[in-house]
Ligand binder design. Structure first.
Ligand SMILES: Nc1nc2c(ncn2[C@@H]2O[C@H](COP(=O)(O)OP(=O)(O)OP(=O)(O)O)[C@@H](O)[C@H]2O)c(=O)[nH]1
Ligand SMILES: [Mg+2]
Length: 411
């Protein structure tokens, strides 16, 4: 290398160094600024909270105690109870291990999946009867799976396996249904197995952060409310961050949910507040309180789609920088009634939002619950929770056995 070359490369390197240094200083300043702002906001929030608490106590004095909507009651001994109990028994539960809570949820799930089942299984069972499967019944099954929005890939996979079996032996109606159930479970279990976590639960004694993302109206905020309730009942120290600063009423909506489970909500009510700054505050608060699960509500809609993804990655960066040891989950909420559209959303978010799982909502009152299969197979996303109703108890950890049983329950 000649001297000149060497000089110019040293110049180049110096410039690069200066630039990096500037960037580093800038980043440090930004963090310091956020930290300072955060402390100020914390002060204001503390004062606000104190006056809110006072108001609450006054209200409680004047009203009677609020009704507890979180305790399920044992209903009648009917078909629903029997089916729910049998579904638990089939998973190895003993009589003394069965709780009202589980029975209550399974009944809700079964009722919730009724619409999907009506179009899907009732037809199928009628067609199959007790007769052996024929190539024609397989064609019908194919149509039914597609109609339930299971997607082409899942449908193909199941039909091919069944066709192969049918070529080898005579398959009776009931055996066909059992075989179908098994194949559907395999599809739903695959991404769960790949994730290495059979059930998604916060790790005790650590900070777990669950980012809840998805397009507008799919049920993110409602799901956060239900998750907070589940979390508190499982004795995790829980906190909510209201990082949807785009929609005006979002904070109030979340506050109502937070109040129902006695969970604090960190928010910033000023117009156009920075969602990343809310998350920043929430992490500070979580760290000082020893929070175990921080649930982050995010916006479903911004001025445009790119903004949304940018905002999510900004939130993610703040988390990774500030608490690199936190266990972060990025959960995509999908509205089952949107069927194949949900599959498109999952593919879109999976690219840029570092998704780790999906939550399928609104399984009640839709005939398109099959989309859970498409998301499992085509996006390799484990379904972590399912929602089947607007109530606080209408969300449960996903269980492929129960899901398939409810999907294929008898009339
Ligand atoms: N039937 C039914 N309705 C649900 C379920 N989950 C949410 N919803 C309803 O769906 C509507 C939208 O729910 P939100 O939680 O506000 O949805 P979001 O994704 O936060 O919406 P944005 O904040 O606008 O993006 C509300 O009316 C909820 O009550 C469910 O499992 N079943
Ligand atoms: Mg919302």
């Amino acid at each position: 290398m000649s001297n000149i070359d060497q000089d110019s490369s040293i110049d180049w390197a110096r410039q690069a160094y200066e630039q990096l240094k500037q960037k580093q200083i800038q980043e440090k300043k930004e963090i310091q600024k956020l930290e300072k702002e955060s402390q100020e906001r914390e002060k204001i929030q503390k004062l606000e909270k104190e006056s809110q608490e006072k108001e609450k106590i006054q209200k409680l004095d004047s009203n009677s105690v609020a009704e507890d909507d979180s305790i399920p009651e044992l209903g009648d001994f009917d078909k629903e109870f029997t089916w729910s109990a049998m579904t638990l028994a089939a998973q190895g539960k003993k009589i003394n291990e069965i709780s009202v809570d589980e029975i209550d949820w399974l009944s809700r799930l079964r009722r919730g999946l009724e619409e999907t089942r009506k179009g899907f299984v009732t037809d199928l069972l009628d067609k199959l009867g007790d007769d052996p499967l024929t190539p024609e019944t397989l064609d019908d099954l194919e149509t039914l799976l597609l109609r339930a929005d299971a997607g082409f890939d899942s449908t193909d996979k199941v039909i091919n396996v069944l066709r192969k079996k049918l070529n080898e032996e005579v398959v009776g109606g009931e055996e066909g249904i059992n075989f179908l159930k098994k194949e559907l479970r395999i599809i739903l279990e695959e991404p769960i197995k790949n994730s290495g976590k059979k059930v998604l639960a916060p790790e005790k004694g650590k900070l777990n952060i669950w980012l809840v993302v998805g397009v507008n109206g799919v049920g993110k905020t409602t799901t956060i409310g239900k998750l907070a309730h589940l979390s508190v009942r499982s004795q995790f120290k829980t906190l909510i961050a209201a990082a949807d600063t785009f929609r005006a009423a979002a904070v109030e909506q979340l506050q109502i949910w937070g109040d129902r489970s006695n969970v604090d909500v960190i928010s910033n009510k000023s117009k156009n507040a920075d969602p990343a700054a809310v998350v920043f505050d929430a992490i500070n608060s979580a760290t000082s309180k020893g929070t175990e699960l921080l649930l982050v509500d995010t916006a479903g809609r911004l001025q445009n789609k790119n903004n949304l993804m940018e905002e999510l990655s900004k939130i993610r960066k703040i988390i990774d920088k500030k608490v690199p040891d936190a266990i972060v989950e990025s959960l995509l909420v999908l509205d089952a009634s949107q069927g194949q559209n949900g599959l498109k959303q999952a593919k879109g978010f999976a690219k840029s939002a570092e998704l780790t799982g999906a939550i399928v909502t609104k399984l009640d009152g839709t005939s398109r619950g099959g989309v859970s299969l498409a998301v499992s197979l085509e996006v390799d996303l484990p379904i972590r929770f399912i929602g089947a109703g607007e109530g606080i108890r209408d969300l449960r950890p996903f269980n492929s056995f129960e899901f398939v049983e409810a999907l294929l329950a008898d009339k």
